[in-house]
Design a protein around this ligand. Structure first.
Ligand SMILES: CSC[C@H]1O[C@H](OP(=O)(O)O)[C@H](O)[C@@H]1O
Ligand SMILES: Nc1ncnc2[nH]cnc12
Length: 289
């Protein structure tokens, strides 16, 4: 039995978590470098909650500059078992309007200049990514969204672009034509790294705009995203508070085995593993090393 610890990564417009009781700030060192911010650790009801704003305070980090590895590593060190990522996104479907939440369950990674794995030379590992979202965790988010009267859709594909520029019209039309539902710049490699760290992961994608494909809506700009993200902040706080209040004391085993993702995943023979890399993997892969 593992004690459940709920992690929350806040995205654009979500730099605080109101309602976090007995809150303390902790700077946890990571062998993977600097995380985006200190961790804010507290509780909501009986549930331990750990909050991290992925862009840092004041939105210091652009999507390509976020140290996703350090962020996931420090959350793992803080004991996080279940991680909810809150992200602003553009909508690629007419029915998903600004203010609407999409509980995505798939990601397409179009990023190209980020560190995407904890593993590598001296310790190669391949974790399954077919189903990147924990269905039980997602269902808890869905139940809470219903109770909070937040309009949402369960399921969908988030395409993650490198950014920081928004997409061209041709790109937006291409993603829409491919059947993707929402577009953002941060869910990857976050979801991949959470899987490698055996943390159950789910995303709340808050629609802030229609990107640039919609003939009847303005092309996205920062002002539009910020305006909607700010309106959403109180909805997010209510949603997280409800999820946390109703969260089980023990981590629920994930049907997708996200909490066991490293079982059988490491290919490198023990005799040739790089001791320096193994040291860095103490938190992420300590269970199997
Ligand atoms: C401010 S517009 C672009 C910015 O918003 C999204 O942030 P996040 O995913 O962290 O909520 C998007 O991914 C970009 O980083
Ligand atoms: N249209 C968009 N494209 C990429 N990231 C976004 N974040 C919010 N809206 C976005």
């Amino acid at each position: 039995m593992t004690k459940a610890v709920l992690g929350i990564i806040g995205g654009s417009g979500v730099y605080n978590l109101p309602g976090l009781e007995d809150m303390r700030e902790e700077r946890i060192a990571s062998p993977w470098g600097e995380p985006s911010d200190t961790l804010r650790i507290g509780r909501i009801g009986q549930t331990k909650v750990v909050f991290l704003p992925r862009h840092g305070r004041g939105h210091f980090y652009s999507p390509s500059d976020i140290n996703y590895r350090a962020n996931i590593d420090v959350l793992k060190r803080a004991g996080v078992t279940d991680l909810i990522s809150v992200s602003a996104c553009g909508s690629l479907r007419a029915e998903f309007y600004p203010g609407f939440f999409v509980l995505v369950d798939q990601f397409v990674d179009r990023t190209f200049r980020r560190e995407t794995s904890f593993f590598g030379r001296g310790c190669a590992a391949h974790v399954p990514m077919a189903h990147p979202v924990g269905p039980k965790l997602q269902q808890r988010i869905a139940d809470a969204a219903s109770a909070e009267d937040i309009p949402f859709h369960q399921g969908g594909t988030y395409v993650c672009i490198e950014g920081p520029q928004f997409s061209t019209y041709a790109e937006s039309m291409t993603y829409k034509g491919l059947g993707y539902d929402v577009i953002g710049m941060t869910a990857m490699p976050e979801a991949k790294l959470a899987r490698e760290a055996e943390i159950t992961y789910a995303t709340v994608a808050m629609v802030t705009d229609f990107d640039c494909w919609h003939p009847e809506h303005d092309d996205v700009d920062v002002a539009a995203v910020v305006a909607v993200a700010q309106q959403n902040a109180s909805k997010v706080a209510g949603l997280i508070a409800r999820i946390a209040r109703d969260f089980p004391a023990e981590h629920e085993p994930c049907p997708n085995r996200s909490d066991r993702a490293l079982d059988g995943a490491i290919m490198t023979a023990p005799s040739v593993r790089d001791p320096e890399l193994l040291k860095k993997l103490d938190a992420v892969a300590g269970r199997v090393l």
